[in-house]
Design a protein around this ligand. Structure first.
Ligand SMILES: Cc1cc2nc3c(=O)[nH]c(=O)nc-3n(C[C@H](O)[C@H](O)[C@H](O)COP(=O)(O)OP(=O)(O)OC[C@H]3O[C@@H](n4cnc5c(N)ncnc54)[C@H](O)[C@@H]3O)c2cc1C
Length: 292
């Protein structure tokens, strides 16, 4: 069992305008947090960590609004915060926050966010919400996480939460991307989990409680194809030695594009699973990885 009390380990936060008391003044952002680490994976993907507000409590899998100050209004010169929904990729016990992000070259936020460096500030509205939480599912035996692209972010949080392994006998995470390099974040995270002594106890003998099933749609890799097709033609079940999905034993969380979410809803409902919500826990839950 992990023992990482949040309050004891939480990063001490200085008031934002005290950060560089002796250096040149830093503009004060509303709800500012300080970036502590940035990792780039491809020209489209990066992750970063930042300080966590002491008052922020969230359930693994939830999202918050984060952003930067927008450009000054050409008429008034005033700047407004430019905010977007982001899944918190770190687990609820972590002393810092982690985010896993796309870089949209002409995207209002990520065209700028992709250039952040340790020491920079971001805006974080501390109001976590979302449906990809354990509370929205009825008890079950096997938990599936279906992700494409940055839709892996909420599962990066849930996969590092001990509750996931305490509540289920088996956890299967599928991650589908176009290219092999786009799987780096999930691949590294799974490797780190398997090498973490505290997690090994939760992952059971041979670490076989957790199965990682990465697939690519464009670049050649050991497993190619959209996860929806691989489910429909039975490949996933054959590969994993599983008979199929049933409402009695299986629970699922889905996070991808609108198209993937709709297709997976159809597939899961075809197996008799019903969609749940925070107020009405059922067999599966879905959240958009992005709008558009
Ligand atoms: C509930 C929720 C959670 C989200 N969590 C994350 C997250 O953890 N990480 C993250 O990177 N984004 C996430 N997003 C998307 C995020 O809110 C922004 O859309 C994204 O950061 C791009 O912002 P932008 O201002 O640069 O471009 P936008 O104007 O917001 O988007 C421009 C276009 O880029 C494409 N796009 C946007 N986001 C993505 C994406 N993540 N993957 C692929 N294409 C995309 C879409 O076609 C969109 O129309 C989430 C969205 C929602 C609704």
């Amino acid at each position: 069992m992990l023992d990482r009390p949040l309050d004891a380990k939480m990063t001490e936060q200085k008031p934002v305008n005290d950060l560089t008391a002796s250096a040149k003044p830093v503009p004060t952002l509303p709800d500012a947090q300080t970036v502590t680490e940035v990792t780039h994976y491809t020209d489209r993907l990066f992750s970063f960590r930042c300080t966590r507000p002491q008052t922020l409590r969230f359930r693994s899998g939830e999202f918050v609004m984060i952003g930067l100050m927008g450009d000054p209004d050409p008429k008034t010169g005033k700047q407004k915060p430019l905010l977007r929904a982001y899944s918190i990729a770190s687990p609820s016990w972590d002393e810092e926050l982690e985010f896993y992000s796309i870089k949209v070259q002409d995207g209002p936020l990520t065209s700028k966010l992709q250039h952040i460096q340790p020491g920079d500030q971001i805006i974080l509205r501390p109001k976590p919400v979302g449906t990809l939480v354990h509370d929205a599912l009825l008890p079950g035996k096997r938990l599936w996480f279906f992700a494409t692209g940055t839709g892996f972010a909420p599962f990066a949080s849930l996969l590092r939460d001990p509750q996931t392994y305490e509540d289920y006998e088996q956890v299967i995470v599928t991650h589908t991307c176009r290219d092999v390099a786009e799987l780096t974040y999930s691949k590294n995270l799974i490797e780190n989990l398997r090498n973490d002594e505290l997690m090994q106890e939760l992952l059971g003998d041979g670490l076989n409680k957790l199965t990682y099933y990465p697939t690519t749609t464009r670049e050649e890799s050991p497993k190619m194809g959209r996860i929806t097709h691989l489910l429909q033609d039975g490949t996933v079940f054959k590969d994993l030695g599983i008979e199929g999905i049933s409402a009695e034993t299986d629970r699922a969380m889905v996070c991808g594009s609108m198209g993937l979410n709709m297709d997976l809803k159809d597939i899961l409902e075809g197996y008799g699973l019903e969609e749940g919500a925070n107020s009405d826990p059922k067999h599966y839950v879905v959240e958009k990885a992005f709008v558009g």
